[in-house]
Design a binder for this molecule. Structure first.
Ligand SMILES: Nc1ncnc2c1ncn2[C@@H]1O[C@H](COP(=O)(O)OP(=O)(O)OP(=O)(O)O)[C@@H](O)[C@H]1O
Ligand SMILES: [Ca+2]
Length: 590
């Protein structure tokens, strides 16, 4: 704090709340956000990161012998532009979780950072993890290579065994910082997730975990190419579309893998992607599963974690699932393409307001010269309605990224949609069948890829195909997140088989289609099919039952039904597809 206002034109919280805005990554340094530490926001140009002071560890941490404390966050980080912190703040709330200042959040306003209150009593905490105790005998520890809010990471070399002579990275988390059961559990879960997910080419390879009285040590593959954040900065905050695609494809590929396993990362940001080597085209690896969690397909998580610039509206509303990660990928892609943050404010609460209310700027340069596909791609990730957002597997088949030579990963959202379809009423199913006949080639490409991943026999899939496809991709994480439970809910499918045509009806999302530019046309074509095949006289009572609503809701359905023949009107059809759960069912959120 203590910074005077700098010239940040047009960006204050009110302006942000009012709508269009985006803050360049490079130009004017804003003051450090209140409560975020001071730093000398305006002072840097070509020097290392003074304004980044809030990202230094807020905790005094006893370093292992031979490790010098790091001056700031990642040693050697250079900022050529005085910029506001890319991920302001410590991960929201998570820091409080680990310090024991917050339990699971209750309903209430967007959390402000809380300071001052003391952690819970920690004397009764069991801080033994059951990991190996012989870290010192197995590894020789070297210099620090990076630092986050929860741990610092050091270079190390294997002394014996498989890793003898091999350089590795060791993330060291101090047990002194684990002052609550939640904090201990977070570390346990981070190791569990890393262990279970290791194996994807864009995910950091985990070797082993150790502990002693002071610390937990996570031994993993060493990435020597630095963070994505540094590469963005070294390019002046902008990638060409082609270069951005290479990055985004890797992110989506690993995130779709995590999602299929039922793991939500919850802290996707450029600092958490490392390049394996210094080569320009080195593969990128996602790190830092410290905020990640297992999530069942139909579960809603409610704890607010993440980093402010990248956090999705539904996380702030405390009801989210995997789609929250796709929002963060949208923010990263926006930054890669234009060098600005889509949601920006000087304070954390200002950023949250912007995330919830503001529309990112897709009009000013360089957006005006960007391909329409790139713009559409980012917009379909930054949709504030999580139901309308693309999934990771879907995003890989978006026209901006589509590549016939790359395999499309299996999408867990297909399972959720098919589950709902097989449990839906005949009227709903015929409405969806009509809709599926109206979709465009873009959607069909994705659906064909997903259908073939189910390995159809003679053009049909059964419940067994769905089961086998999941089993082929299963890791230990899938057991933990109980992804396979969804197969039980798909049980009506065990009596039948599905051809591609019906699969399309089952696996399309009316919400996602509503978000398309061409929705009106699609809806009109779909209604024509519905009129031919599925539309029949229906009563207000029946509709209310379909929607799980009582007599109080009857007036709602009056204008859904045509006076002339008692069948669904066009309006009724689109509303019926949509459901009545959303506040304003006739607006399209773009
Ligand atoms: N495998 C690795 N190879 C090289 N450097 C690494 C590796 N893992 C982590 N680092 C460095 O250490 C930093 C901190 O690691 P990590 O993000 O896992 O810690 P954290 O305390 O959980 O972070 P955060 O503050 O984002 O929550 C990274 O940003 C990176 O610079
Ligand atoms: Ca991190």
């Amino acid at each position: 704090m203590g910074q005077c206002c700098s010239k940040v034109s047009g960006v204050n919280n009110d302006a942000v709340a009012a709508g269009h805005q985006s803050k360049p990554v490079h130009p004017t340094p804003p003051p450090a956000p209140p409560g975020e530490g001071s730093g000398s926001g305006g002072a840097f140009s070509g020097k290392s990161t003074p304004a980044y002071s809030f990202s230094a560890s807020p905790f005094p941490s006893p370093l292992p012998a031979g490790v010098a404390p790091s001056p700031a966050r990642t040693p050697g980080r250079k900022f050529r532009w005085p910029l506001p912190p890319p991920s302001p703040a410590r991960p929201i709330m998570a820091i409080l979780r680990r310090q024991g200042r917050a339990e699971r959040p209750k309903e209430g306003p967007i959390p402000e950072e809380r300071q001052g209150d003391e952690g819970e009593r920690e004397s009764s905490l069991d801080k033994s993890f059951g990991y190996g105790k012989n870290f010192g005998a197995r590894f020789e520890l070297g210099k620090e290579v990076g630092r986050g809010h929860f741990g610092h990471t050091c270079w190390a070399k294997g002394k014996k065994g498989e890793l003898k002579g091999q350089p590795v990275a060791v993330k060291i988390i101090s047990k002194a910082k684990m002052t609550t059961a939640i904090a201990v559990e977070d570390v346990r879960r981070e190791v569990k997730i890393l262990k279970a997910l290791s194996g994807h080419k864009n995910l950091i390879k985990f070797h082993d975990a150790f502990e002693d009285v002071n610390n937990v040590y996570m031994v993993m593959e060493l990435c020597e190419g630095g963070e994505l954040l540094d590469r963005i900065l070294s390019r002046g905050g902008r990638y060409t579309e082609e270069d951005a695609k290479t990055i985004v494809v890797q992110i989506l590929s690993v995130v779709s893998y995590c999602h299929l396993q039922g793991v939500v990362h919850r802290d996707l940001k450029p600092e958490n992607f490392l390049f394996a080597t210094r080569d320009e085209d080195a593969p990128m690896k996602v790190i830092d599963f410290g905020l990640s969690d297992f999530v069942r397909p139909d579960q809603r998580l409610n704890d607010i974690v993440g980093s402010a610039y990248y956090v999705s509206p539904e996380v702030l509303h405390r009801s989210y699932n995997l789609e929250a990660d796709l929002w963060s990928i949208g923010v990263i892609t926006y930054i890669l393409l234009c060098g600005s943050r889509p949601f920006w404010a000087r304070t954390e609460s200002g950023i949250f307001r912007s995330v919830i209310r503001a529309d990112p700027n897709f009009v000013d340069a360089p957006w005006s010269t960007m391909s329409p596909e790139a713009k559409d791609f980012v917009k379909r990730l930054l949709n504030k309605d999580h139901r309308k957002r693309m999934t990771a597997a879907q995003a890989l088949t978006h026209p901006w990224l589509r590549d016939e030579n790359s395999a499309v990963p299996l999408d867990i959202s297909i399972y959720k949609l098919v589950k709902s379809y097989v449990r839906a009423s005949p009227l709903k199913r015929s409405a969806l069948k009509a809709l599926s006949k109206a979709i465009t080639e873009d959607e069909l490409i994705y659906l064909r890829a997903q259908f073939s991943l189910l390995d159809p026999k003679h053009g049909y899939v059964t419940l067994e195909n769905f089961r086998m496809a999941l089993m082929r991709n299963a890791t230990d994480a899938m057991k933990e997140s109980r992804v396979l439970d969804i197969l039980n809910l798909m049980e009506p499918l065990s009596y039948k088989k599905m051809d591609f045509e019906e699969f399309c009806a089952a696996a399309i999302s009316a919400y996602q289609l509503e978000a398309l530019e061409g929705w009106e046309k699609i809806a009109n074509i779909a209604f024509t099919y519905f009129e031919k095949e599925g539309n029949r006289a229906v009563s207000v009572e029946e509709l209310a039952q379909e929607m799980n609503l009582g007599p109080n809701a009857y007036p709602l359905f009056n204008d859904w039904i045509r006076n002339s023949d008692g069948k669904l009107s066009f309006l009724g059809y689109t509303k019926f597809l949509h459901g009545v759960t959303i506040r304003s069912s006739n607006t399209r959120h773009r």
